[in-house]
Design a protein around this ligand. Sequence first.
Ligand code: NAP
Length: 289
Amino acid sequence: MSKLMIGTDLAAEMVAKAAERAAALQEKTGVQPCLATVLVGDDPASATYVRMKQNRSKKAGIGSRSVVLPAETTTGELVAELHKLSNDPEVHGILLQHPVPGHIDERAAFEAIDPAKDVDGVTMHAFAAMAFGEPGFRSCTPGGILRLLEAYDVPIAGAHAVVIGRSPILGKPAGMLLLASNATVTYTHSRTVNLPEIVRTADIVVAAVGKANFVRGDWLKPGAVVVDAGYNEGNVGDVHFDEAASVASLITPVPGGVGPMTIALLLEQAVDAAEAQSETAVRPVVTLP
Ligand code: NAP
């Protein structure tokens, strides 16, 4: 279907380029980019996501370090582990799989990641850099969404984008990146009144709710571009795909839309981090005459 905005191919291109850069870095400096993954607890979905990210890393020539901690890990213990990885010169990027178990202060854990290694873009430093339009690691799903919209030449400047969801790692940064691309952005959330009416005014809809088939076809303006960031049990997105596909001009499938873009950006940023860190490490000492 020509309406599909597919992430798989674009993601594969991004990963291939990241792999080339990883190999070039290794050849030049002997350093293999290394992504550390941290998993707390035994949630099977989280374990699957981590495994998937490690497998993709391997295929791209990026080394991985796996840290698995028991569900009863305290905030202090997790923070200590993340500090250790942050201080380890052989680790270039750190991914803390989230959500972490409810008793852990997730924000405190994220902030224990050195911003130079925050390749998943979860720290306040990364968020602020994004909000100020400064270079930095992007939160991977929102960053991947923007790359996908750009690749499909979706006009963003002047468009009305409605983002459903305002989580700090997805909805909020997605809206800010759209704003930085000159969209007029409306955020919506669980307290929004008349959500379908608002969504009907959108040229671009980003669904980041976490509820299967939540956005219905009759909520959409004909010709709207629909980005479904949701991923619910049974490979189901947050948008009712069949209904929406008959109204939208472009729509991301689930799976195969936003998901692969998230991982591709993670790997790209892991190589960015390794390049930046090896540059700092091998910078020659300049001796003044
Ligand atoms: P989250 O932290 O649970 O946030 C969900 C957001 O949806 C919240 O802002 C919430 O509003 C809003 N919401 C809940 N019910 C609503 C309603 N009835 N009407 C309007 N808004 C409502 O979830 P998340 O981490 O952002 O993830 C969202 C979805 O994206 C999930 O399906 C997740 O699996 C998926 N995801 C996919 C990827 C990927 O790589 N494809 C990556 C991350 C997440 P309040 O703020 O008012 O509570």
